[in-house]
Design a binder for this molecule. Structure first.
Ligand SMILES: NC(=O)C1=CN([C@@H]2O[C@H](COP(=O)(O)OP(=O)(O)OC[C@H]3O[C@@H](n4cnc5c(N)ncnc54)[C@H](OP(=O)(O)O)[C@@H]3O)[C@@H](O)[C@H]2O)C=CC1
Ligand SMILES: CC(C)(CO)C(=O)C(=O)O
Length: 302
């Protein structure tokens, strides 16, 4: 399988490197890291063992890559307005597009431009950061769940899961991508939002009764909005408690949105807050606390 990685940052470089190491032909669309990677290859520092790829195919323009079998999208969602320029030149008649971005609306944006039947979504439970040009740091986790954007035959998602598993990624196919996306938001909305706002790690929120309660209330709002979206099965309220326990075990973790704010980068407020709020409103659910958090984040990053 010939794969193009569009959005070759913390997530795209990490998964792309694993796929190349397992024998796939991977072509990376590079910007900041073009010279470093084209000249000296890619170093992966990983909790599962470091490795080095001396020869990596890097390109500055998608036209130089041409049509591939799979486009792996790892852009931050605020760059989705570049889909047309960056993805179109990579498409052949049967090219599949897999987005591993966080939040809602990414599959829809790709489907509107390139056709819904091409689109596959993946929810990545990964902690990776960029390093110096030519380096990526995998700090933990890495599991992916994959689902079709249109609910139909799951065959090709099973094949992609198999490809990721052969590359060493814990990966499985699921029937309800929409449910998986909302489940991830149950974590991302309170923790990414509050940690980015306060510039404090998850432990600060969990240590105090009042902020722990606020996190849980935000989670319950997200679950209520999720459960009117036509999921195959509802998300139980107990999911909020399991997410709190999961986070208790994470220690001083700083969510990606907090790191982005600390480093002065734009935040993915649209995909993680604005679009879920709109989907809730369309079905009559007003997530008031989530709306307040969205407003505060926008104010804080003006
Ligand atoms: N990192 C993680 O652990 C996880 C990330 N995610 C999600 O994955 C997505 C990607 O996140 P992450 O990898 O952390 O983000 P990064 O900012 O590290 O990577 C984004 C990449 O996109 C590239 N890019 C942006 N615009 C262009 C363009 N016009 N042309 C070419 N390349 C471009 C950037 O280029 P340049 O090199 O020039 O900066 C960068 O390499 C997000 O939606 C995030 O929420 C989900 C789970 C975990
Ligand atoms: C759930 C978690 C911690 C890992 O994927 C995450 O999504 C993040 O840091 O943004």
């Amino acid at each position: 399988m010939k794969i193009a990685v569009v959005g070759a940052g913390a997530l795209g470089l990490y998964y792309g490197a694993l796929l190349q190491r397992s024998g796939m032909e991977v072509r990376f669309l590079l910007r900041r890291d073009f010279e470093a990677i084209s000249g000296n290859g890619l170093k992966v520092f990983s909790v599962n063992g470091d490795f080095y790829l001396p020869h990596v195919k890097g390109y500055r323009e998608p036209q130089e890559i041409g049509p591939v079998d799979l486009v792996l999208v790892g852009l931050k969602s605020f760059a989705n307005d570049r889909f047309e320029d960056l993805v179109r030149p990579l498409l052949g008649e049967r090219t599949q597009i897999l987005t591993l971005q966080n939040g809602l609306g990414n599959e829809e944006a790709l489907a509107d431009l390139f056709g819904a039947e091409r689109i596959i979504g993946g929810v990545a439970f990964l902690c990776s950061n960029r390093g110096e040009p030519g380096e990526v740091h995998h700090l933990g986790a890495g599991r992916i769940i994959l689902g079709e954007y249109l609910r139909c035959d799951n065959g090709r998602v099973e094949q992609l899961s198999d490809m990721f598993r052969k590359a060493g990624v814990d990966c499985r196919a699921i029937d309800d991508l929409k449910r998986a996306r909302w489940e991830k938001l149950v974590w991302n909305i309170p923790f990414n939002g509050l940690c980015a706002l306060l510039l404090q790690p998850v432990t600060s929120l969990l240590a105090h009764e009042a902020t722990r309660t606020l996190v849980r209330e935000l989670m319950l709002e997200v679950i209520a909005a999720a459960n009117v979206q036509g999921l195959l099965s509802p998300i139980p309220e107990s999911f909020a408690d399991s997410m709190l326990e999961f986070t208790d075990a994470m220690g001083e973790y700083r969510p990606s949105m907090q790191i982005d704010r600390e480093e002065g980068r734009p935040l993915e407020i649209g995909a993680i807050f604005t679009t879920p709020l709109a989907y809730g409103m369309q079905k009559g659910i007003n997530m008031t606390r989530v709306g307040m958090l969205e407003t505060l984040l926008k104010q804080a990053t003006l």
